[in-house]
Design a protein. Structure first.
Length: 610
RNA sequence: GGAGUGGUAGUUAAGACGGUUAUAACGCCGGCCUGUCACGCCGGAGGCCGAGGGUUCAAGUCCCUUCCACUCCGCCA
C-alpha cells in the first residue's frame, strides 16, 4: 500500500511543477454552451478533466464545469507542444485551454451531448492545479455511499446532477424574490439569536457570554418577528429564512432548513391564498416551464382525513377510504364489532394481488401501530378472506353497497383507534398507489386543505395544543366556543399540498390582543405566564396592529420536488447526517475549557474518567 | 426512545454451507494505440472483510457488544 500511494503521490507531486498561474487568461465560454454556430471561434475554457482518452496520437479530454462538458482535442499535428505535455493530465486536474471550435468530422458527432456537434482543438493550455485520485468518480452514474459523498461534499457537488440541483434551487429562490418584489413585498432579515418559546419543536440553544446562565434560541421560524413587522406598517414582508429545529431527522427533514416566509397586512385567507398560488404558478412556469391551473381546488380537513386518512392527500389516484364502522358494528368478527372506528378501501381489480404481497402490506401497516390487516377478495362466486365467515349477509350487503364492490376487487380493512386506522390505511393507500403504478408521474395535483381544527389534544401533556401555532386566529363565529367546546373550533388556517406533500401552510393571525389572550387561555396558559412569554406581542397588538396573515413554504422540499430528488440532502449544499453531524467538518465538536468558562457552563462529569 | 437495511481492494458489489492463496467490474500504475466519447488492447499493484470480544483445530461466514450511514415509527406548533 505504501508503494502505490507513494508512487501516486510522487506522480501527482511531480506534475505539480507544471502548475502555472492564470496569467490574465479569462474564460470566453463555459463548458456547456458551444455549438455548431460557434464553428471557427477562438475560445478559452476552464474546468476539470472528466475523461481522458489518450490514443497515443490524439488525446481527447472532456472538460467539465458546472454548465456541462466540452470535448477538447490535443493533436500532435495542430499543436505539437500542447499535445506533448498533455500526457500528464489525470482525472480532476484543473486546466485552462485556448483553442479553436470546430465541427466534429462527419459521423463523429455525439448526439448524447449538448456540445456534441463540436470540439475545441487545443492550441495552448495551462495546468491550473493537480488532483489526487478522487475517492469516488465525479459522475452521475456512480452510486457512492452517502457517508463518502458527505465527507467529500465538494466532490459530490461537482457531479452534474448535484450541480443541477443547486442551480435549480437558486432559480427557485431567485424567482421567488422576483415575484415577491413585483408584488410589493419587502425582504427583511429577522434575528437568528432570539428567545426560546414554550410551544412547538425543541429549540437549539445558544449560551450568552454577557448574560451568564441565559440562552438565546435559534428561530424555529420568524413567526413573531414577521407579525411585528406587520404592526410596524411594513405591510408586506417576505424572507428566504433559515429555520432551526432540534428534532430527529428524516429523508425530508434537516435540523436547519429554509422557508419562504411571507406575511401580509390587511389580508384575509383569500388574499394570502391568491398570492401564494401566484407564486407557485410562477415558480413552476419559470423553473419547470409548466403551466399550473389556478385557482387550486380546496378540501376541508375533515374530508381529507375521512377520504385519505391524512391531512395532505395525494389526489392523483383514487383508492379513497370509506368509514364502515356502523355497517360492521356488532359483527361476529369481534375486532370489528367493538372497534371505535372501522375503515376500508377497495383496490379495483386487486384480486390478482398475491398473498405474499398482502403479507407485505400487513407488515407495512404494523409500522403505524396496526395489529394486522383484514382483507377480502371479491370473487364472482364467493368472498375469499380469512374473515369472510364472520360476516353476515346483511354486513356483506352493507359493505358491497358502501364500497360499490365488483367481482375482482380487493378490500383492505383497519379497525381500532381513529388515529391509527387513518395512519395505517392512509399510508397503505399511498403505498398501493405507487406499487400499482396508479400515479401518473407528469401530474401535479395542487390542493388547499382548509378548515383545520384550531386545537388538537396532546395525550402526553393532557391538554389542547395549537394545531397550527398559537397565533392562528379562530373563525370569528367559533370564538365563543374557545373555552366551552374547543374541539369544534376551526382555525383560519390553510395548507398547500402537492401530490401528497405539504408544500406550505399558513393562517390569518390574531390581530386583537383580546383574541390572542383568549387563545393563550384556551391553551392553558395562566395570564401571567402568557404575559411573561408573549407580553411583547400582546403589547404590539394593542398599539395598532392591522389584520394580517401569511404563509410559509418549505423551500428545500419544493427544491426536492422540482429536481425529483428522494432526499432533502440532495438539494442542500452541506447537509447533516441522520445524527445531525457534519461529516465534512466533523461538527458538532467539543470546545475548550476556556470557552466553557467564559460561557459560565460546566459539563456533567463523564463517568469514564477512570 | 423504538423497528429495519447496510458496512468486504480507492469505488460499487459477489462470497454467508465455518475449511487452500477472499472474487469481479470500474478506478489506479506501466506499456501500445490518430477519431474516441463509460475509447480499445496487454501487463501490474492494491485487503486487519467497520471496531472490540467470544465459540472453534479453524471465523469474512456463528454468537455477544459497539461504532458509522441510510429508511421508518415516535417526535417535528
Amino acid at each position: 500500500m505504501n508503494e502505490i500511494s507513494s508512487s501516486e503521490k510522487d506522480l501527482q507531486q511531480e506534475h505539480q511543477q507544471y502548475i502555472v498561474p492564470l496569467g490574465g487568461w479569462r474564460r470566453t465560454h463555459d463548458c456547456g454552451q458551444l455549438n455548431a454556430s460557434d464553428n471557427g471561434a477562438e475560445v478559452c475554457l476552464m474546468g476539470w478533466v472528466q475523461f481522458r482518452r489518450d490514443h497515443g496520437g490524439l488525446i481527447f479530454i472532456d472538460l467539465r464545469d458546472r454548465a456541462g462538458l466540452t470535448q477538447t482535442v490535443f493533436s500532435p499535428e495542430v499543436a505539437p507542444s500542447a499535445h506533448e505535455s498533455a500526457h500528464i493530465l489525470r482525472s480532476e486536474y484543473v486546466l485552462a485551454v485556448k483553442g479553436r471550435v470546430r465541427r466534429r468530422p462527419e459521423g463523429m458527432a455525439n448526439p448524447g451531448m449538448p456540445t456534441g456537434e463540436i470540439e475545441v482543438v487545443v492550441l495552448e493550455w495551462k495546468l491550473l492545479n493537480t488532483s489526487k485520485t478522487p475517492p469516488f468518480m465525479v459522475e452521475d452514474r456512480i452510486d457512492a455511499a452517502e457517508n463518502l459523498r458527505l465527507q467529500y461534499r465538494y466532490l459530490d457537488l461537482r457531479r452534474p446532477r448535484m450541480a443541477s440541483n443547486i442551480i435549480t434551487r437558486h432559480k427557485l429562490a431567485q424567482c421567488t424574490r422576483n415575484y415577491m418584489d413585483e408584488n410589493g413585498f419587502l425582504e427583511v432579515e429577522t434575528p437568528f439569536l432570539t428567545r426560546s418559546t414554550p410551544e412547538g419543536a425543541r429549540d437549539f440553544l445558544v449560551p450568552s457570554r454577557l448574560n451568564p446562565g441565559e440562552f438565546y434560541a435559534l428561530p424555529q421560524s420568524p413567526q413573531l418577528f414577521k407579525q411585528l413587522l406587520m404592526v410596524s406598517g411594513l405591510d408586506r414582508y417576505f424572507q428566504i429564512a433559515r429555520c432551526f429545529r432540534d428534532e430527529d431527522l428524516r429523508a425530508d427533514r434537516q435540523p436547519e432548513f429554509t422557508q419562504i416566509d411571507v406575511e401580509m397586512s390587511f389580508a384575509d385567507e383569500e388574499l394570502v391564498m391568491e398570492m401564494a398560488e401566484g407564486l407557485i404558478a410562477r415558480i413552476f412556469k419559470d423553473v419547470m416551464r409548466k403551466d399550473v391551473a389556478l385557482p387550486f381546488p380546496r378540501m376541508p380537513y375533515e374530508q381529507a382525513m375521512a377520504e385519505y386518512g391524512v391531512d395532505k392527500p395525494d389526489t392523483r389516484f383514487g383508492l379513497k377510504l370509506c368509514d364502515v364502522t356502523e355497517i360492521v358494528r356488532g359483527s361476529e368478527f369481534k375486532l370489528f364489532a367493538s372497534a371505535e372506528m372501522v375503515k376500508a378501501f377497495k383496490v379495483p381489480g386487486g384480486e390478482s394481488i398475491s398473498r405474499k404481497d398482502i403479507d407485505g402490506y400487513t407488515e407495512f401497516v404494523k409500522i403505524y401501530g396496526a395489529q394486522g390487516l383484514a382483507w377480502i377478495k371479491i370473487r364472482p362466486e364467493e368472498w375469499q378472506s380469512p374473515i369472510a365467515k364472520f360476516l353476515s349477509e346483511q354486513e356483506r350487503q352493507g359493505l358491497a353497497k358502501a364500497l360499490d364492490l365488483q367481482a375482482g376487487d380487493l378490500v383492505f380493512f383497519q379497525a381500532g383507534a381513529p388515529d391509527m386506522v387513518n395512519a395505517a390505511l392512509g399510508n397503505l393507500r399511498v403505498r398501493l398507489g405507487q406499487d400499482l403504478g396508479l400515479v401518473n408521474e407528469g401530474d401535479y395535483n395542487f390542493l388547499w386543505v382548509t378548515d383545520f381544527p384550531l386545537f388538537e389534544y396532546d395525550k402526553d401533556e393532557n391538554r389542547d395544543v395549537a394545531c397550527h401555532h398559537p397565533f392562528t386566529a379562530a373563525r370569528p363565529e367559533d370564538m365563543p366556543k374557545l373555552q366551552s367546546d374547543p374541539a369544534s373550533v376551526k382555525a383560519r388556517a390553510y395548507d398547500m399540498v402537492l401530490n401528497g406533500t405539504e408544500l406550505g401552510g399558513g393562517s390569518i393571525r390574531n390581530h386583537s390582543a383580546d383574541a390572542q389572550r383568549a387563545m393563550f387561555a384556551a391553551l392553558g396558559f395562566k395570564p401571567e405566564e402568557a404575559e411573561a412569554q408573549f407580553g411583547f406581542l400582546m403589547q404590539a397588538l394593542e398599539l395598532g396592529a392591522p389584520p394580517h396573515g401569511g404563509i410559509a413554504f418549505g423551500l428545500d422540499r419544493m427544491a426536492m420536488l422540482l429536481t425529483g430528488s428522494n432526499s432533502i440532502r440532495d438539494v442542500i449544499a452541506f447537509p447533516k447526517t441522520q445524527k445531525a453531524t457534519c461529516l465534512l467538518t466533523d461538527a458538532p465538536a467539543e470546545v475548550s475549557p476556556k470557552q466553557l468558562r467564559e460561557l459560565g457552563l460546566r459539563l456533567r462529569e463523564k463517568e469514564k474518567d477512570q
